[in-house]
Design a protein around this ligand. Structure first.
Ligand code: AMP
Ligand code: ZN
Length: 469
């Protein structure tokens, strides 16, 4: 059995992964706040965890893994959108409009992550369905002296938890100096964070011992992970941007509410997807969505390949050049494995790479070696371990095959038109190619073509039909 090793942010070392219960390996990934489309950076933790889950299932058995990823559907931006719709005269209560907005974004999220070949988690709890558990946990934290009520808020008392700051390796005083903390007169310490806050009449709210209000963000994950995985589980993850304060606060809440449990053993953090050296984020405005790329004709499988080409602990950039290269590689590999049955198991080199802290870049290098040796069966079984070359992910390549036939017909028609000095037809074909996103270069060896990022298969099919295909 392969020994998986993972870099644990909590201990800052690469460790042998030892599950609490090998019959039920449990992991939790902080999911999206569902107020808008996911940007490409948001897909990175999803793909890292997707690969991790595939590896854990390979090692411990398909039924021996429980994967939870939440939806944060308590959020001011969701509320603001619902209020905007209400003001614009949309029918329904504010609660209805909030649910409508969340449902809409969750639907998009599923479509987009499905397109990248990410498996759906076993549980996808919505925060709004666990408010009862959040209230209970908050009450326990007050009862055992780790939280206090002040002006209809409940705050976590960071000075009451000795290990506060341990995950990110900072003291409370360092944090105060370095962080943007919300200063409020009712806080005992500026680092104290909200477990519960009051809601005005025009905001969603739940009845609680502290009046009508809503939970803070951090308590959501503590309550949902405890409800679905128990107070101790194996792996907790998210982007490195969540390490502080979100994960630090989750640890404080969960460890103080369940003092005899360990919360998450391993903390796994992915580095950021960047744009020109800066984290891609909604607030910086330097983002594009997964849907933008898919709509531009970049196949989900290509996006997945590019993402997995960089190790999860390294920052990475998205470039169109990487996407074009990935597309060419996948097209070649799909040609190589056409009509071939996969080998009974993935190649050892691929499993070794993935066992070593999910070295997906190393695994892809091993796939290249299998392809170079012409080992189609080994390549297929191994690529599928990474969620690549799966039949359901290959629609784009078939569209490419159809395109190759249509382009051949059109190039022959263009040649015939030129020879007949029918330049109007030759020009129409040239313009049609450009409009459909097919780039044609005439070389001394004959025409060479490639599909541009905005390739439009329907337009190409129409053009081919108009010229005799
Ligand atoms: P959010 O909806 O902003 O809470 O983010 C959802 C997930 O995406 C979290 O795990 C974040 O850490 C992660 N994330 C956000 N921006 C990036 C980025 N640029 N690169 C990688 N992961 C990111
Ligand atoms: Zn979380």
């Amino acid at each position: 059995m392969a020994q998986i090793r993972l870099t644990n942010t909590r201990t800052r070392t690469k460790e042998d992964f030892v599950p609490i219960d090998p019959g039920n390996v449990r992991l939790y990934l902080c999911g999206p706040t569902v107020y808008d489309r996911a940007h490409l950076g948001n897909a990175r933790p999803v793909l890292v965890f997707d690969l991790l889950v595939r590896m854990l299932r390979h090692v411990y058995g398909a039924g021996a893994v429980t994967y939870v990823r939440n939806f944060t559907d308590v959020d001011d931006k969701i509320n603001a959108e619902a209020q905007r719709r209400k003001a614009a005269g949309r029918p329904g209560t504010l609660e209805d409009l909030i649910a409508e907005r969340s449902d809409e974004t969750i639907g998009w999220y599923h479509q987009d992550m499905d397109a990248l070949g990410a498996l759906r988690p076993d549980h996808e709890p919505r925060a709004t369905a666990y408010v009862g558990q959040m209230i209970e946990m908050t009450r326990d934290l007050i009862a055992n002296g780790h939280a206090y009520e002040a002006e209809r808020h409940v705050l976590f008392d960071v000075r009451s938890f000795r290990d506060y700051g341990k995950l990110s390796g900072r003291s409370v005083d360092d944090m105060i100096a370095g962080a943007r903390v919300e200063v409020a007169p009712y806080k005992r310490d500026p680092m104290d964070f909200v477990l519960w806050k009051p809601s005005d009449a025009d905001l969603p709210g739940w009845d609680s011992p502290w009046g009508r209000g809503r939970p803070g963000w951090h308590i959501e994950c503590s309550a949902m992970s405890a409800a679905l995985l128990g107070p101790s589980f194996d792996i907790h993850g998210g982007g490195i941007d969540l390490q502080f304060p979100h994960h630090e606060n989750e640890i404080a809440q969960s460890c103080c509410a369940h003092p005899d449990a360990g919360f998450a053993n391993v903390w796994l953090h992915n580095e950021m997807l960047q744009v020109e050296g800066k984290k891609m984020s909604k607030s910086l405005g330097n983002f594009f969505t997964v849907r933008d790329l898919l709509d531009r004709g970049v196949p989900g499988e290509v996006i997945r390949f590019v993402m997995l080409s960089t190790h999860y602990r390294k920052p990475m950039d998205w470039t169109d050049a990487k996407a074009r290269e990935a597309e060419a590689v996948l097209r070649r590999w799909r040609g190589l494995v056409a009509g071939i049955e996969p080998a009974p198991s993935p190649a050892p080199a691929v499993i070794d790479a993935l066992s070593d802290d999910l070295n997906s870049a190393g695994a892809i290098a091993a796939l290249h070696e299998l392809a170079a040796k012409g080992d189609g069966a080994g390549l297929l079984a191994s690529a599928r371990m990474l969620g690549l070359l799966l039949p359901e992910m290959g629609g784009w390549a078939e569209a490419g095959d159809a395109a190759a036939d249509q382009i051949a017909v059109l190039l022959a028609a263009r040649l015939a038109a030129r020879q007949a000095r029918d330049f109007a037809t030759a020009d129409a074909i040239r313009e049609g190619f450009a409009a459909a996103g097919v780039e044609v270069k005439d070389t001394p060896q004959g025409p060479e073509w490639s599909l541009a990022a905005g390739f439009d298969p329907a337009r190409l099919a129409d053009l081919a039909k108009a010229h005799g295909a």
